[in-house]
Design a protein around this ligand. Sequence first.
Ligand code: C2E
Ligand code: MG
Ligand code: MG
Length: 287
Amino acid sequence: LRNADVAMYMAKRDTKGRYRLFEPAMHERVVERLELRGELERALEHNQLEVFYQPVVRLAGGGRYGVEALLRWHHPTRGLIAPGSFIPLAEETGLIIPIGRWVIDQACMKGAELQSAIDDTIRVSVNLSVKQLQSETIVDDVMNSLRRSGLRPESLVLEVTETVMLADADVSVSRLHALKDLGVRIAMDDFGTGYSSLSYLSRLPVDILKMDRSFLGDGIDDNALAAAIMAIGERLGLEVVAEGIERPEQIESLQSLGFDLDQGFFFGRPMPAETLDQHLTAEGVEG
Ligand code: C2E
Ligand code: MG
Ligand code: MG
């Protein structure tokens, strides 16, 4: 019966109206998930979470533009875990709310610190999942973090993905307007990979498009979609950031398309807060 229950859980999790036969590996996966879930509940209080930052650069003038906050989990036995492996779990359990609140707070503090130490135009971006955006407390949480850190609202960028339009779109739209009213900027992350129609761009108060890295071609010729995304951004008066730049050739073709804002391993991997200051100082000297 226990095994049947596990198979049912897997069937429900995958898709509606399917059946699954029990396999021993399923049991291990369910147990592992339960374990991870318990451990994630305690991760915050045990100081196992850390916010890494990845630079976003401005090519023209060779300057700094900002940093994106990216969460990491120092798991006691599994080592460093990337967000792709635990954010979905955090969303399922609702833990994303306290964890996300903590990330916003950390990022605002770091942003304020970078502004006074290095460059007062630096922006800090934080990813928000749908669950967070739809929570009742999100506007207060952001307001509190801004107040505590002293960071100017326009220096904070909140990144959401097109999936916000798949859940309760009306709630997403009104939350984003309320956040926008605080003075923060809104970015559409992984732009171009979602399932929604482009019409949401006129309903949402978006300031920045972050083009998903899947649109980066290897040469000028296969950049037609990147060019189209740039054109959309320009017509709507939005800033456009190219994500996932790994090789110098990519910069050249992006620059010819008008992409000025870039992010990727080539410019710097996500790094701990302490290393970031050094990196940004060196970046400024080179520029
Ligand atoms: P994202 O917001 O699109 O973040 C960019 C991801 O691309 C990061 O992965 C980053 O390490 C990776 N990346 C950056 N440059 C390159 C590159 O040149 N090449 C390649 N191959 N990858 C690159 P990461 O840190 O694993 O984060 C994955 C996703 O997890 C993020 O995607 C974001 O959606 C989510 N996430 C991260 N931190 C948080 C958080 O604090 N809260 C929430 N709700 N979601 C988060
Ligand atoms: Mg992002
Ligand atoms: Mg992205």
